[in-house]
Design a protein around this ligand. Structure first.
Ligand SMILES: *Cc1c(COP(=O)(O)O)cnc(C)c1O
Length: 392
């Protein structure tokens, strides 16, 4: 017997994920009996918290093949990205500095670059092809003598496209340029190895991988080569002076548990997600004439689907579906304003097509019955909305 469906079905896992119960269980003691400040090394309470933080640091470091001392805990990927971009620029002083990034990046990256550009940095924003892929040759072509860093996201939060990090990392290393990646959507979903990929800075976040909100990390290579970063937060000199402030011990413990589970279950979990996602795509394609996929068909996250449904307005569809499915247009982080997604526009979609697109994000707890129900509901509402439009 299948268990009854609980509505609405959550299909917005790129925005955030539910806390895995195993993560909550690991965190609980650090809210109650193990409440010590990890910086209070002169008593047992503090030492216990410190040990938990260092164990978590090792787990996170190992998951990306980094050294534990190169992990800096932050409040999330947004802070990590700000620290990396602004920190590097500010450490560079008044010398001319050039940076390279991509149009489809998350607003945390684009707006940080906009900020340092207003302070004198030169920033090149590279285009992507119609499937959202960056050509590594473009990176090589944009490098100048004063280029300091290249920042390319690992996996896109709207269209799930996975960029060729290895090729880009090799180009950066060849030219002695730092390579940064926003891995908020990638960590736990695809293998990441900062040595093999030549990554010098990597931003990640717990709440995208079934961990708690408000905790993340910046991997910053501090040797061979050493990436110089000016801190944004001054104070007690925590995190080797990179990020002052009392550590969020329960969050850090939960983050490590979330990473551990994601790695253990990566292979089976991703294969399962891909199966569900492909079934959903198939049902939508059969039921919705004219439906097109946005982004590369294969080089994308297993749980991601982003489709353009000509003739509808995605905002309207999402509201019509609200009882059945929780969906998003994709550009969650660009405030409440209804603007066409900068990512979809970068792929060459017209404003109308961009505003006729929806992002579907499947996750760890999504099951086949939910996918079937969601597909049915979407097909039905699209037919209804298209019928309304044509009867005017
Ligand atoms: C969610 C996300 C961020 C922001 O992460 P927070 O931890 O919520 O600040 C940055 N980049 C990408 C690609 C994301 O998906």
């Amino acid at each position: 017997m299948s268990k009854e469906l609980k509505l609405p079905i959550y299909l917005d896992h790129h925005a955030t994920t539910p806390l895995d119960p195993r993560v909550l269980e690991a965190m609980m003691p650090f809210f109650t009996e193990c409440f010590g400040n990890a910086a209070s090394k002169n008593h047992a309470f503090g030492r216990e918290a410190h040990r938990a933080v260092e164990a978590a640091r090792e787990i996170l470091a190992a998951s990306i093949n980094a050294r534990p001392q190169d992990i800096c805990f932050t409040s999330g990927a947004t802070e990590s990205i700000n620290l990396a971009i602004k920190g590097l620029f500010h450490a560079g002083g008044k010398t001319p500095q050039h940076f390279i990034t991509v149009v489809t990046e998350h607003p945390a990256v684009l707006d940080s670059f906009r900020r340092i550009a207003s302070e004198g940095a030169e920033v090149t924003c590279l285009p992507v092809d119609a499937q959202g892929m960056l050509d590594p040759g473009q990176v090589a072509g944009a490098i100048r003598p004063e280029t300091k860093m290249v920042s390319v996201m690992a996996a896109n939060n709207e269209i799930g496209v996975i960029q060729p990090l290895k090729e880009i990392g090799a180009i950066c290393r060849e030219h002695d340029i730092f390579f940064m990646t926003d891995a908020a959507q990638a960590l736990g979903n695809i293998p990441l190895d900062v040595q093999a990929l030549n990554i010098d800075l990597l931003a990640c976040s717990a709440h995208k991988i079934y961990g708690p909100k408000g905790i993340g990390a910046l991997y910053c290579r501090r040797g061979n080569p050493k990436v110089p970063l000016a801190p944004m937060m001054d104070g007690g000199g925590h995190e080797r002076g990179l990020r002052s402030g009392t550590l969020n011990v329960p969050g850090i413990v939960g983050f490590a548990k979330a990473v551990e589970i994601s790695l253990q279950e990566m292979k089976t979990g991703q294969a399962r997600l891909r199966g569900l996602r492909d079934a959903l795509y198939q049902s939508l394609r059969e039921g919705i004439p004219g439906l097109r996929i946005n982004g590369h068909p294969d080089q994308r996250l297993a749980g991601n689907l982003n489709v353009c449904i000509p003739g509808i307005v995605s905002e309207t569809l999402i509201i019509a579906l609200a009882h059945d499915v929780a969906l998003s247009t994709g550009s969650t982080c660009t405030t409440a304003a209804v603007e066409p997604s900068h990512v979809l526009k970068a792929l060459g979609l017209s404003s109308d097509d961009a505003q006729a697109s929806v992002r579907i994000g499947l996750g760890r707890h999504t099951n086949a019955a939910e996918v079937e129900h969601a597909a049915h509901a979407i097909v039905e509402q699209v037919a209804r909305l298209r019928g309304l439009a044509s009867s005017h």
